[in-house]
Every structure is written in structure tokens, then in C-alpha cells.
Design a protein around this ligand. Structure first.
Ligand code: IPM
Ligand code: MG
Length: 366
């Protein structure tokens, strides 16, 4: 019997309540697929700030270091919005944890089941078979982390702020490799998104991506698109994309757009992977829903747990090599939200759902 050792960081808002349901699903999968769980909880985000005075305490980092993977909930909320920007949970927890473990590759599937096309704001004719794309976003470079990054007061009393967008060849090459591997497991098509008509970093991005793909994966159909056009094309015909591949900030924006056209942020899982392998030889990774803390519905038991459950499935697949269990969980979620008398609206939380009931529905299909 294998034991899966991972860190559980529920965080703030709806994080803890959806995490509880996701862990129930994982336990049940363990019984079926013969693994046991050995996980340790640790504080992250606003709750960590309240308890330890910092959003990403050393003790939490140590729990993560002693694990094979991190299962993450979400961080932030109105309570901490008045803190200085640098101390706010999103910037003081999420960005440092990505950097600390060098999690440079963010994988966000954009999946809308055909039965639930009504949940998308796009017209049904545009997505008759639902949506099935994936966004590969560079996660530890670009304007999020580039130096200098500062705010200063000029001689005339005016304030000036600077962010720096910077990319190196090696950063672009290693994320290209992830895009290639993702495409090979899917439709063999990658669309690389940049702003090469304006930005130097994008000119380099396009050059390095083109060279890298030609050398290492000539069989993959590579195209390039400017980010403004990509935003438009995503709303016009999302399935023209297979793998959408881009730098940090463009990926942040496009992946949210992908979320909304897929009907609900409550369904979107993500994996953040790095170069580091865990002791099992699989990539060490952080797995989190893309939807945030949803403070307006936190504590009410009505948050959709599916994104957290699907993040568990991604963790099983990437960091533990438990492919069958991962697929079983994904299939169970699909059945739970598309079967019975659930409408697209209920499944996607547009009408309130019960977190527990949704968890039970998933368990019943596992
Ligand atoms: C995301 C989030 C984060 C980001 C924020 C909360 C720092 O929007 O994971 O997409 O911008 O990366
Ligand atoms: Mg975002």
C-alpha cells in the first residue's frame, strides 16, 4: 500500500470548506486504488498573517519541504485588504510560495462539459461540444517578479511606480518544454501568445519559442498570436486553441477569461510545477483551484468544491503518478455535475449549491 505524503494549505475564505470535501473524495479514492494519505495541515494567507504575523510562515515552508506535493486552497479577503500591498496575502503568500519552490509552469485546463454549454456566456452555436483547451502560463518570471519594482516620489512631489518585465532565454526554454509535453498528450497544437509588436520581452519570447520548437518538437503545430487578438479569439472561437501558451501576466488575464467562458471559476483546477522532483521521481507541484477565496459566500456551505476536487486529481496525476485514480475522480466530477436532475446552472453554482451535497454526488460516482 502506497502512502501519499503532502501538505494541506486550506488558506482563507471558502478554502477550508472546499478542502474538507476534496480530502473526503481523496480518502475514498485511496480505498479504491490502494493508497493511504499522510498529510499535514499548515497555515497560509490571511489566517497565517493573523496567527504568525506573516502570510507565508517558515513553519509552513518547512511542512511543504517535507512533502511530495502541496494541496492549496486560496488566500486573501476583505479583512486583509487594508494591509500594505506587500503584506497582503496574495502578494505575501502566493507569489513567494511559487518562487520558493521554483514553480514556473502553471497548467490550467479550460474544460466545459458538452451537457453544460448553457452555463457559458458564449452562444451555444460557438461551442456545440463544450470547451476543451489548456493554458500553460509561465509563473515565476515576467513583470510579476522583475527588478526594479518600486514606488518613489519625484522632485516635483509626484509619485512614480515602476514594474519591470524581464525574461531570459533559459526561462522561456524550460516553459516551452512544458508546452510541448502538454501538446503531445493532447492535440499537438500550441499557440504561443505575446505582444511582439510592442515588447522586447515578447520579441525574445517569440524567437526562443520558435527556435526551441523547431529543434525539439518539429512535429508540433506552432502558431503565434498577439495577446489582444488572443483575448478576442478566445471569446469568438475558443476551440481553435488546443494549448494556449504564454508569459506570466498575459496568462493571468487569459486564464480568467478562459474561466468565464467555461461557465464557472468553481470548476477550474490548476497545477503549478517546477524543475524539482519529489522523492518518488515525479514533479513536485502545488495544486490549487483558480477561483479565489469567494469571501461573499465563504462559510455558507454553498461554494462549489469541484475545482478543489479536480486539483486533487491533478496532484494524483502529476506528483504521484496515480493516473487511474486521477481519471476516476475526474470522471466522477463530470458525472456528478452532468447527471441526474442537475441543470447547468445548479452544477455551476449560479444558483446556490450545497458544498457537501456536491461532494456526496462526486463520491457516489467514484
Ligand atoms: C492567479 C491569481 C494570482 C496571480 C494573484 C492572486 C496573485 O490571480 O493565480 O491567477 O495573479 O497569479
Ligand atoms: Mg489570476
Amino acid at each position: 500500500m502506497k502512502t501519499l505524503k503532502f501538505a494541506v494549505l486550506p488558506g482563507d475564505g471558502i478554502g477550508p470548506e472546499v478542502m474538507e470535501v476534496a480530502l473526503d473524495v481523496l480518502k475514498s479514492a485511496g480505498e479504491e486504488f490502494s493508497f493511504t494519505l499522510d498529510y499535514e495541515n499548515a497555515d497560509i494567507g490571511g489566517i497565517a498573517f493573523d496567527k504568525h504575523g506573516t502570510a507565508f510562515p517558515d513553519s509552513t515552508k518547512q511542512v511543504c519541504e517535507a512533502s511530495e506535493a502541496i494541496l492549496f486552497g486560496s488566500v486573501g479577503g476583505p479583512k486583509w485588504e487594508s494591509l500594505p500591498p506587500k503584506e497582503q496575502p496574495e502578494r505575501a503568500a502566493l507569489l513567494p510560495i511559487r518562487k520558493a519552490f521554483s514553480l514556473y509552469a502553471n497548467v490550467r485546463p479550460g474544460l466545459l462539459y458538452p451537457e453544460l454549454t448553457d452555463a457559458s456566456p458564449l452562444k451555444k452555436e460557438r461551442i456545440p461540444n463544450g470547451i476543451d483547451i489548456v493554458c500553460i502560463r509561465e509563473l515565476t518570471g515576467g513583470i510579476y517578479f522583475g527588478q526594479p519594482k518600486s514606488t518613489s516620489t519625484l522632485g516635483n512631489g509626484e509619485e512614480q511606480a515602476i514594474d519591470t518585465m524581464v525574461y531570459k532565454t533559459s526561462e522561456i526554454e524550460r516553459i516551452s518544454e512544458v508546452a510541448i509535453n502538454t501538446a503531445k498528450a493532447r492535440g499537438n497544437r500550441v499557440c504561443s501568445v505575446d505582444k511582439a509588436n510592442v515588447l522586447e520581452t515578447s520579441v525574445l519570447w517569440r524567437k526562443v519559442v520558435t527556435t526551441y520548437f523547431a529543434k525539439h518538437a518539429p512535429e508540433i503545430e506552432l502558431s503565434h498570436m498577439y495577446v489582444d487578438n488572443a483575448a478576442m479569439q478566445l471569446a469568438r472561437d475558443p476551440n481553435q486553441f488546443d494549448v494556449l501558451f504564454t508569459e506570466n501576466m498575459f496568462g493571468d488575464i487569459l486564464s480568467d477569461e478562459m474561466g468565464v467562458i467555461c461557465g464557472s471559476l468553481g470548476m477550474l483546477a490548476s497545477a503549478s510545477l517546477g524543475a524539482q522532483k519529489n522523492s518518488l521521481g515525479f514533479p513536485f507541484g502545488l495544486y490549487e483551484p483558480s477561483g479565489g477565496t469567494a469571501p461573499d459566500i465563504a462559510g455558507k456551505g454553498i461554494a462549489n468544491p469541484c475545482a478543489q476536487i479536480l486539483s486533487v486529481a491533478m496532484m494524483l496525476r502529476y506528483s504521484f503518478g496515480q493516473l487511474e485514480a486521477a481519471t476516476a475522480i475526474e470522471t466522477a466530477v463530470e458525472k456528478a455535475v452532468t447527471s441526474g436532475n442537475r441543470t447547468g446552472d445548479i452544477a455551476f453554482g449560479i444558483d446556490p449549491i450545497s458544498t457537501k451535497a456536491m461532494g456526496e454526488a462526486v463520491l457516489s460516482h467514484l
